[in-house]
Design a protein around this ligand. Structure first.
Ligand code: FAD
Length: 494
């Protein structure tokens, strides 16, 4: 039994688990405390389960295609089997995590160890937490703490989540069957992902509620319009400029009243409403008052660059990582922050985090990937740029795949250097090749340097090469010949 750990990590999501494992690398004795699912939203009711469901739905959509010379007879899908497959994927990962925890359990491992306690953690003193579950309450002491309690779905005011007809992303796997009709409230990434998944399976009439003119309001208009158009082509009914006024529950359906910006209202009937309007940090009932922490007005925990809590708490042995910190809510960000906190505890951080070059993947049909700046960001910062757009319709590999719906859009600085500032890509494999552009941005590479690289043929990333060549008018295919498929714009501050 260890009576004082070197580190207690509260939460076993990507932030907590990575902090625990990196601390083990430094020979520390670590206890992970988890209230619910091992792996947090990184695994269950979140990144892994939604991506498994997405992959299954994409396979189904491919099997349902009839425009490429073959067709599958009697294609059908069973929601319960889909659910079983999704849960099997989540468990596979959870058992890998557990295997690692058991491999380094204190009984076996002398140089550093991993333990896990299930229950709700709450600070009792600045150096101890109380862990409470159905059977017991115990106090655990540690020299250091990482708060990695993540986030939960934001609820819609005046709308009671009942877990059956009115659900959040946490309730998807509790559905008993494909809803015949579903309203998704919120057109951010999670809302659009579930709209893609349910429309791919083609068993559900999907309504997507979008408060503005375009889904994904923070993305450039051309990217948002592309995503909107694809959702509509997939059968999703998007209610642009509409807000939810009221949902009336009937025994067998929901009656939904929508108000549109132009003044008219519409009443529709659905079976399930999915609330996807963002996530709020889990900072309540954690006993943060025992640390004297002032949380931000949106509930997030303020941290410094190395993830230690902000100076004025005086507790430099307490760190926070992941969704709870208010940085972009992504698996990779949580994992990096968790690792950084452990590196700081164990020794010195290996390198500082640079949040400006994060890659984001959006699991739509087709997938969309983003890295670095977009046009809106550069215009806000008054940074002059050139934006080049190159359609996958001109990329041989996409033509061979019979899958040309996609593009590459690259932004470079509008100066002599022509540094790569950002990219948005859509289409097959976009999620795989975005990393190559992240490297280019990270290394501050200029257009001229990048153009020396050989791209293998036939490959989807050849679109990147041609897109970049377009900027210096060296492309094989010219914008004059394909004005719809290749274009360039230049932006200068007034
Ligand atoms: C539907 C969905 C899809 C997503 N898809 C992607 C994606 O494709 N790519 C991507 O990068 N990101 C995705 N995300 C976001 C990603 O899952 C989160 O950013 C990431 O999981 C955050 O990690 P975390 O460790 O901060 O918190 P979490 O993963 O939320 O883990 C926190 C853990 O802390 C536990 N906990 C909370 N309070 C306590 C307490 N007091 N005591 C003990 N334990 C506690 C919780 O039970 C939870 O297990 C998705 C999220 C959702 C909801």
């Amino acid at each position: 039994m260890i009576d004082q750990f070197d580190l207690v990590v509260i939460g076993s999501g990507p932030a907590g688990f990575s902090a625990a494992v990196r601390a083990l690398d430094y020979g520390l004795h670590v206890c992970i405390v988890e209230a619910k699912h091992l792996g947090g939203a990184g695994i269950m009711n979140g990144a892994l389960t939604s991506k498994t469901m997405y992959e299954l739905s994409m396979d189904y959509a491919v099997a349902a295609r009839i425009d490429r010379g073959y067709r599958v007879g009697a294609l059908s899908v069973d929601f319960n089997e889909v659910k079983k497959t999704v849960i099997r994927a989540a468990k596979e990962k959870q058992y890998q995590m557990l295997s690692q925890i058991e491999t380094f359990s204190p009984e076996k491992s002398k140089k550093g160890s991993l333990s896990i306690e299930y229950g709700w953690a709450k600070f009792k003193t600045p150096n101890s937490i109380e862990v409470k579950n159905d059977n017991s309450t115990k106090e655990i002491f540690a020299k250091n703490f990482v708060i990695a309690t993540g986030s939960r779905p934001r609820e819609y005011e005046q709308l009671q989540i009942d877990g059956e007809r009115i659900i959040t992303s946490d309730g998807i796997l509790d559905l008993k069957e494909f809803p015949e009709r579903m309203l998704i409230i919120g057109s951010g990434i999670i809302g659009c992902e579930f709209a893609t998944i349910f429309s791919n399976f083609a068993q559900t009439e999907v309504h997507l509620l979008d408060r503005s003119n375009r889904v994904l309001p923070y993305e450039d208009d051309d990217v948002s319009s592309f995503v909107s158009k694809n959702l509509e082509n997939n059968g999703v009914l998007i209610h642009h400029t509409a807000t939810l006024r009221h949902i009336k529950k009937h025994p067998k359906h929901l009656e939904v009243v929508l108000d549109y910006q132009d003044g008219h209202s519409k009443v529709i009937e659905v079976d399930v409403a999915l609330v996807a309007i963002g996530r709020v940090p889990n900072t309540e009932s954690l006993g943060l008052d025992k640390l004297g922490i002032q949380i931000n007005s949106n509930g997030t925990i303020p941290i410094k660059d190395d993830c230690v809590l902000h100076d004025d708490t005086g507790h430099c042995h307490v760190y926070a990582a992941g969704d709870v910190t208010g940085h972009t809510q992504l698996y990779s960000v949580a994992e990096f922050q968790g690792r950084l906190a452990a590196e700081k505890i164990g020794d010195v951080p290996l390198y500082p985090l640079d949040y400006s070059h994060m890659s984001t993947l959006m699991f739509f049909k087709p997938e969309v990937a983003a890295v670095g700046a977009n046009e809106k960001m550069l215009q806000q910062k008054k940074i002059p740029y050139k934006a080049a757009f190159y359609s996958n319709k001109l990329v041989n590999r996409a033509i061979a795949m019979r899958n040309t719906n996609g593009f590459v859009k690259i932004l470079v600085s509008n100066d002599e250097e022509q540094r790569i500032l950002g990219m948005r890509a859509a289409g097959p494999q976009a999620s795989a090749f975005i990393v190559s552009v992240a490297h280019l941005i990270n290394q501050g590479n200029s257009l001229q340097e990048v153009l020396k690289i050989f791209y293998p043929h036939p490959s989807i990333p050849e679109g990147i090469q041609e897109c970049l060549r377009t900027i210096s008018n060296k492309s094989i295919y010219k914008k004059e010949a394909f004005p719809d498929l290749i274009h360039i714009r230049e932006w200068l501050p007034d």
